[in-house]
Ligand binder design. Structure first.
Ligand code: HEC
Length: 455
């Protein structure tokens, strides 16, 4: 076998050298998702060691996508796993269920992805040709084991188009820099067009509570809050936010045909059922009495609005989350995530000792520096601290600045979740539940909540 022949086999096409350098681990050629309408080819055309695709049941490829609303951008996730793979790649395409040769909507080529086109159209500009969204080198995660998740943005067709089918292929690769020894998977998922909003109940708010203390006071910008009432959904429907609800890095302001308006602004929603909606109070400079209302079928002819419910906004609303139903403050050991509490109250927890570092979770600590907006997720690498003066009182004594290691937003979480990393101070009483109070000016967190300190 000549060298040249081996090489041709290796790239499995007569691709020119620049194409080899750019074209493969930096995102495959179009038309390799396994979709029958494209001839049924997938990555195993070149990554052949374990061909055909899906031959190793230890791995899997999955597409996560919910029903679409025409023209409304949504999140799609592609999840690939294999116990031995060390590098990851994928390609996905969206087609009309009524004619799988026709593209459905558009993918956004976010950082780390690229759009290649069928029909010979140039990269990034497919026109009426099918689109294929690929990984690029940056999103092959070389050296990562277990699996990979790609979070994509897709804009559905602008007009009602019926079902949409996604086809994807994934390469659970061995990171050897060539096309040998890699496991290929293919899958497809069909999504429906979302039914028009048509909730028939009339919503009524009976209570609004701080999301951590459950008191009916304690509201400030970006604070987590909980609405109680009736008719927020049809009976029995419950829904928490999932990864698919986070679009463009923001929590949704409409979920299951329900929205909450606070001081005239849409509030990000984190949970919803017939009798409860958990929200984040929008970033607002208002103080004093403001109106909260629930709106069903928002923006449609059959919109249903609750009567306004009044709450009082303050500059801050410090409150500590608890391990419900206990009076134990929600706290963990940051080193390993173990709950820091009395195991008699919170199963699986460990009591911290004097000198241990623990993390307490809170809401309502006002403005962070730098400022983040409601609905946003604090970046994993950011440490936005409390801007205004915060005093942490442990067992009745204000803690020294040296024992409060960090008071700021929680990286990777909604911007209403604050954390305080502190060293259990010397004045703590071992063997007892020690009260902790957060004070900002004249405002204080709820009384009666404690950290159990071990002997
Ligand atoms: C036309 C042949 C061909 C097709 C089709 C192809 N690849 Fe590849 N792929 C290659 C070659 C050649 C390499 C090695 C050179 C490079 O990394 O660019 C490679 C490398 C890779 C790597 C890095 C592998 C490693 O172990 O380091 C990934 C990931 C990858 N391809 C993903 C895919 C995916 C996903 C598909 C299908 C959607 C696909 N490829 C389809 C030829 C192909």
């Amino acid at each position: 076998m000549s060298n040249r022949f081996q090489r041709a086999l290796f790239v499995c096409s007569l691709a020119s050298l620049p194409a080899v350098i750019y074209g493969f681990s930096n995102g495959p050629v179009p038309g390799r998702t396994g979709a029958a309408a494209d001839g049924g080819l997938d990555c195993a055309a070149c990554h052949r060691t374990f061909a055909p695709a899906n031959s190793d049941p230890r791995g899997s490829l999955r597409i996560e996508a919910g029903p679409y609303t025409p023209g409304v951008v949504q999140t799609i996730r592609v999840l690939l796993s294999h116990p031995e793979a060390q590098r990851w790649g994928f390609q996905i395409t969206a087609r009309l269920a009524s004619d799988e040769s026709k593209p459905a909507g558009k993918f956004t080529p976010l950082d780390g992805f690229r759009v290649v086109c069928g029909g010979g159209a140039p990269e990034g500009n497919c026109g009426a040709n099918p689109e294929f969204l690929d990984h690029t080198r940056a999103t092959t995660f070389p050296g990562q084991s277990g699996g990979a998740v790609w979070t994509l943005e897709w804009t559905p067709p602008a007009t009602a188009s019926g079902g949409v089918v996604f086809f994807a292929a994934g390469n659970a690769a061995n990171n050897n820099g060539n096309n040998q020894g890699d496991h290929i998977y293919t899958t497809s998922t069909r999504i429906a067009e979302r039914a028009p909003c048509n909730l028939t109940t009339l919503p009524a708010i009976t209570a609004v509570r701080n999301g951590a203390s459950f008191r009916d006071t304690g509201f400030a910008l970006n604070t987590m809050a909980s609405l109680g009432g009736t008719g927020f959904q049809e009976a029995g429907a419950t829904r928490g936010v999932s990864a698919l609800d986070i679009v463009g890095g923001r929590f949704p302001v409409e979920m299951n045909c329900a929205a909450v308006e606070i001081d005239g602004k849409r509030a990000p929603i984190t949970y919803l059922d017939a009798n409860q909606i958990n929200v984040q109070i929008p970033t607002t400079l208002s103080l004093g009495d403001i109106a909260v209302r629930v709106i069903l079928n928002p923006g449609t002819a059959n919109e249903k609005r609750s009567r306004d419910f009044s709450i009082k906004l303050e500059p801050a609303a410090p409150a500590l989350f608890r391990f419900l139903p206990a009076s134990a403050i929600a706290a963990i050991f940051p080193a390993n995530g173990t709950p820091a509490a009395d195991p008699a109250q919170v199963p699986g927890s460990v009591k911290p000792k004097i000198g241990d570092v623990i993390t307490l979770f809170a809401t309502g600590l006002g403005v962070s520096e730098p400022v983040y907006q409601a609905a946003e997720i604090t970046p994993l690498t950011a440490t936005p601290r409390v801007r205004d003066q915060l005093t942490v009182e442990f067992n009745g004594v204000a803690m020294s600045a040296g024992d409060v290691l960090y008071a700021g937003l929680t990286p990777g979480s909604i911007t209403g979740l604050w954390q305080i990393n502190l060293r259990v101070p010397a004045n703590a009483t071992p063997g007892q539940n020690n009260p902790v109070v957060l004070r900002m000016g004249s405002l204080a967190s709820q009384p009666g909540v404690t950290v159990a300190v071990g002997p």
